[in-house]
Design a protein around this ligand. Structure first.
Ligand SMILES: [Zn+2]
Length: 179
């Protein structure tokens, strides 16, 4: 299929809790391949399956944005699990499903991520920090139907959504990290 359209808020699929993947079927392999292409085309750091309208527990991310990452190439993660989380970090996040808004979100600074790679190999609990830890938390949130606007105060959320839903909304630049 190739590049798939990215679903935008308030599409209800973004609020669905994604289902576990039961096996790496040709459909799931195709989904992963398309998500990697879609992420690359959007110049994003990460993308969750609900963002292309498929509520399955799959995300892709591009570890090349961070030097010294334990992963070296864009990768799909199937049935991701955050085993450990520690520290605190504030990161200005963008989301492909909310073009035009960026929000400072408090996340864990370091995580241990498990799951399967797109080849069906266990990740075996890799340590991620900084941007990649932020990205993985943002994507696992997506798979639980949680959005980055849920992490800010009601007031900040209202201001952001007003700007987002405004017809005068400006095109977003891609200066910030988008997931
Ligand atoms: Zn997002």
């Amino acid at each position: 299929m190739g590049i798939r359209p990215v679903v935008k808020y308030p599409n209800p699929v973004l609020r669905e809790k994604a289902r576990e993947v039961e096996g790496l079927t040709p459909e799931v392999e195709c989904l992963l391949k398309d998500m990697l292409e879609t992420m690359e085309a959007a110049k994003a750091v990460g993308l969750a399956a609900n963002q292309v309208g498929v509520p399955l527990r799959v995300f892709v991310f591009d570890p090349r944005v961070q030097e010294g990452s334990p992963l070296k190439a864009p990768v799909g993660i199937v049935n991701p699990k955050i085993l450990e989380a520690s520290g605190a970090i504030l990161w200005e996040e963008g989301c492909l499903s909310f073009p035009g808004i960026e929000l400072n979100i408090a996340r864990s600074e370091r995580i241990v991520l498990d799951g399967l790679t797109q080849d069906g190999q266990p990740l075996g609990g890799i340590e991620l920090d900084g941007l990649l830890a932020v990205c993985a938390q943002h994507e696992v949130d997506h798979l639980d139907g949680v959005l980055f606007i849920d992490h800010v105060s009601k007031l900040k959320r209202e201001i952001a959504l007003k700007r987002y839903l405004s017809p005068c909304q400006k095109e977003h630049d891609q200066a910030k990290a988008h997931f």
